[in-house]
Ligand binder design. Structure first.
Ligand code: DLZ
Length: 168
């Protein structure tokens, strides 16, 4: 079905799968914690709203976005989760750190999706400034943590349907 969705916060929440037996890992970068904490709150609220049980949401922290890849791998290997959401916030500075960190995390998460054949959801803001990040962490552009949570639920559901031969 064609869609012109530009903002996953606009998803029809009635179409969301019931998450009551889903197990989720969330790995949060502590760098820009004001933002990543808001992303994490948004993600948790959304998971709980769709039926996930608090005891099935496992949250871990890493120092910065660059560490999210290993944090996500450790979560996948040790926490028996159905999906891992990574939450970070990289803000453009005066040096090229921004580029290297963004490149590292995007490639890292892509590799993990393939390596483990399970959903690793990219909830990392990459913005020019703090205001743009605030706008996407519960501000005028919604909360990208909510969107990461929706995406995780949809991908777990898709994977289960595929494995069980249920028509999509
Ligand atoms: C070093 C660094 C810089 C400059 N900027 C950010 C940022 O905007 N967001 C973020 O999550 N982390 C940043 N870091 C830290 C790196 O992600 C990483 O923690 C360090 O380079 C140590 O590996």
């Amino acid at each position: 079905m064609a869609t012109n969705l530009k903002n996953l916060s606009d998803y029809n929440t009635n179409e969301m799968p019931d998450a009551q037996d889903f197990k989720l890992g969330i790995v949060v970068a502590e760098w820009n914690k004001e933002i990543t904490g808001a992303l994490c709150d948004g993600a948790c609220k959304t998971l709980l709203k769709h039926g996930a049980k608090e005891e099935n949401i496992n949250i871990s922290y890493v120092p910065g976005t660059f560490e999210l890849t290993l944090g996500a791998q450790l979560m996948a290997e040790n926490a028996a989760v159905d999906a891992v959401i990574v939450l970070g916030c990289v803000i453009q500075g005066e040096t090229r750190h921004f580029d290297f960190i963004c490149q590292g995390i995007t490639q890292g998460i892509t590799v993990l999706n393939m390596k483990y054949n399970m959903p690793f959801i990219f909830g990392v803001l990459t913005t020019n400034n703090q205001q743009q990040a605030l706008d996407r962490a519960g501000g005028k552009h919604g909360n990208k943590g909510d969107e990461a949570a929706f995406t995780a639920l949809k991908m777990i559901d898709l994977q289960r349907k595929m494995k069980n031969g249920i028509p999509l």
